[in-house]
Design a protein around this ligand. Structure first.
Ligand code: GAP
Length: 461
């Protein structure tokens, strides 16, 4: 097994053991492509999504947040092109009838699949005499639609069929006119939304990297057609700001200009932001120039005019769209895998998540030196209450000895551990009301007065 795969297994094991992420429906043997977030996973996720909302919405004056329904009129997905064209190339094991992604099988054999159409993949599979992972012959490559269908209401006929949205984007295009009518924004302006999307991925894999129930953070930014290149660059920079905000090392993220023949049906230009995951360099985020494809398609299908009237120039036109699209799960996996490390501290091996303090699920942990000394416990509870009020993400930890507590907090990425000892109670009068603050990365401790604790921690956020 490769070192990278070992690393991935260690991250998955830590995520389960410490309550970040569990297999979906685990007690029933799981459900492929679904994962459940535990208490620490939810906290980490909230810190990531809050950072996105702050940067992409709150700090700007041209952004409007929305939260649209996951279920939409199916005509919206006909208009967007998803019903006809949202598909993956699929190939069947002729013996077991199991299905595989043809492009994945070819990539595993070292074939460059960029720009390949279904017929090319079919030919390449034959040329390389590829077999299924079970060693059986493969059938023909076919396109397979990834939309998850469901039925609404009591009558099970075709009119009841709808889809779970495959991207959050759709909810923004159908609300573009509502926001214009309610707020009268001038171009350029954008809508932002985060939430669940669903894709019937044939090969969910690599932990939370490729799942069937995913979460996205997306912006649809509406511009004058001639302004798209400027806006594209603006959002490209914003994406890098976000990458830094959540603590991903810049050197692990790489831009890839997507080749013309590989562009999604709605895009004229796309840059993928790829990340060095333990299982290889793979797509983290995408930035696309969607032109007027969506607004024009929805206007045609719905019969509603979705053009924009510019009061100054007295011109009417359909705005073009720039779309930064970010996966929440992939952000989390990138954060976890770049923060994970194993090192030696004080002659002892330890696992440590070197998370940025602003994304760490627990900002700090508070402990009494000994849990059977009521005076220490009372003071520790006081400090805990003070910090809990300020930061929320604070843990009271009095289990085991101090060394064990430090290791446990290192493993979940807690940047600072605060200990109340006898000096805090005035055993050394000069140190009355001071506590020790231990740094996760260096292991060094400083004495800080309780009155200065919140400022001390904020300065290191
Ligand atoms: N609205 C554009 C759009 O959905 P996409 O490239 O299909 O574009 C955008 O998806 C982002 O959503 C990806 O860059 C990735 O972060 C995330 N994503 C897509 N499919 C995913 C899956 N099956 N599992 C986890 N994340 C996924």
């Amino acid at each position: 097994m490769s070192a990278q795969q070992d690393n991935m297994d260690a991250i998955i094991s830590l995520a389960k053991r410490r309550g970040f992420i569990f297999q979906g429906s685990e007690i029933y043997g799981g459900l492929a492509g679904t994962w459940d977030y535990g208490p620490l996973g939810v906290m980490l996720k909230n810190n990531i999504t809050n950072a996105w909302w702050r940067l992409f919405v709150d700090e700007r004056t041209d952004m409007y947040g929305i939260d649209a329904a996951i279920l939409m009129n199916p005509r919206a997905w006909v208009a967007s092109g998803h019903v006809a064209g949202f598909s993956d190339p699929l190939v069947e094991d002729l013996k077991t009838k199991k299905r595989y992604r043809a492009d994945h099988l070819l990539e595993e054999k070292g074939v460059d699949v960029k720009g390949m159409k279904v017929a090319d993949m079919d030919a390449a599979i034959k040329e390389h005499k590829l077999l299924s992972p079970e060693g059986n012959p493969l059938g023909e490559v076919r396109q397979f639609n990834m939309m998850l269908q469901t039925q609404l209401g009591a009558i099970a006929d075709a009119s009841a069929i709808t889809y779970l949205r495959p991207e959050t984007a759709g909810g923004m295009f159908v609300n573009y006119k509502n926001v214009i009518d309610a707020f009268h924004p001038k171009l350029p302006f954008g809508l932002a939304q985060m939430g669940k999307a669903f894709r019937n991925e044939i090969a969910p894999r690599d932990f939370i990297f490729r799942v069937r129930e995913l979460e996205q953070m997306e912006v649809e930014y509406f511009v004058e057609p001639t302004d798209w290149e400027r806006a594209f660059e603006e959002w490209r920079k914003k994406m890098w700001e976000f990458i830094e905000a959540i603590g991903l090392p810049r050197g692990m993220v790489h831009e890839l200009e997507v080749a013309k023949e590989d562009l999604a049906h709605y895009s004229k230009r796309t840059i993928d932001f790829e990340f060095d995951f333990p299982f290889g360099r793979k797509e983290l985020y995408g930035l696309a120039y969607r032109t007027d494809f969506d607004l024009s398609a929805h206007a045609r299908e719905s019969g509603v005019d979705l053009s924009y009237f510019d009061e100054e120039t007295k011109k009417r036109f359909v705005p073009h769209v720039i779309e930064p699209s970010l996966g929440i799960g992939r952000s989390l996996l990138a954060v976890l895998s770049s923060a994970y490390s194993e090192d030696d501290m004080g002659g002892e091996k330890r696992i440590v998540l070197r998370l940025k303090p602003s994304v760490a699920p627990i900002r700090c942990a508070v402990s009494p030196l000994l849990k059977n000394k009521p005076e220490l416990v009372a003071k520790a509870k006081e400090v805990f209450a003070l910090l809990k009020k300020e930061f929320g993400r604070v843990m009271y930890d009095d289990n085991g000895n101090i060394g064990k507590r430090y290791r446990r907090q290192d493993e979940i990425g807690t940047p600072h551990c605060i200990v109340i000892d006898f000096d805090s109670l005035g055993e050394n009068p000069e140190l009355l009301d001071t506590v020790t603050v231990r740094d996760r990365d260096t292991g060094e401790q400083e004495r800080v007065h309780i009155n200065e604790l919140t400022a001390y921690l904020h300065a290191r956020d």
